[in-house]
Design a protein around this ligand. Structure first.
Ligand SMILES: Cc1cc2nc3c(=O)[nH]c(=O)nc-3n(C[C@H](O)[C@H](O)[C@H](O)COP(=O)(O)O)c2cc1C
Length: 171
């Protein structure tokens, strides 16, 4: 299916309308990271995480084609996804800063998982994935990973909603 299938009498949504609508979907925040052939870690802040399949256990992340380190992700055999806690907003901000691809891990507590995938310490979950499938869709690549290890800790999540960081308010 492609946009060619959309009937021409239907006006296309504008980019602003689209972003505005998407911002109304509250998400958690994660850092996705991989290492290159020299063992150097690369990572960025993402909200595009979803579980995909239970058997086999699959997840997906979506990276924009303009992301500086997308080639490292395309080459990587493994990648990690670390869900951030409420008190890790500074980590999210650091890993979303454009032009700082090479010093994002400096001063941040992180470790290499058994696969070598870089993981942020003290997050809510640390998920290691083996690259399973990659699809190009519009201006993003969808990376599907097979989960090979998952460690979980309790705590409140960092949330993103309507273009702002939020806290979970429990009833
Ligand atoms: C809350 C939040 C969520 C984000 N989610 C994604 C995402 O899912 N996919 C993506 O490609 N970029 C996402 N970004 C943007 C990247 O983190 C950011 O554009 C990128 O790391 C900028 O640096 P770079 O292009 O040099 O890598 C998100 C940013 C923020 C602040």
């Amino acid at each position: 299916m492609s946009s060619e299938g959309v009937e021409s009498r239907l006006a296309a949504v504008s980019s602003d309308e689209f972003r505005h609508a998407c911002s109304r979907f509250a998400t958690g925040i994660a850092v996705a990271a991989c290492q290159d052939e020299n063992g150097v870690p690369h990572g960025l802040t993402i909200s595009s995480f979803s579980s995909v399949s239970l058997e086999p256990p699959l997840i997906l992340i979506c990276l924009g084609h303009a992301v500086t380190n997308i080639e490292e992700f395309r080459r990587a055999r493994y990648f990690g996804v670390s869900f951030l806690r409420e008190d890790q907003r500074h980590v999210s901000e650091r890993f979303a800063r454009k032009g700082h691809e090479h010093d994002r891990f400096d001063g941040i507590a992180w470790y290499s998982g058994e696969s070598g995938a870089p993981l942020i310490a003290n997050g809510l979950a640390a998920i290691e994935c083996a690259a399973y499938q990659r699809l190009t869709s519009g201006d993003h690549d969808i990376f599907v990973g097979e989960v090979i290890r998952a460690a979980v800790q309790d705590g409140p999540p960092l949330i993103h909603f309507a273009s702002r960081y939020r806290r979970l308010s429990e009833e």
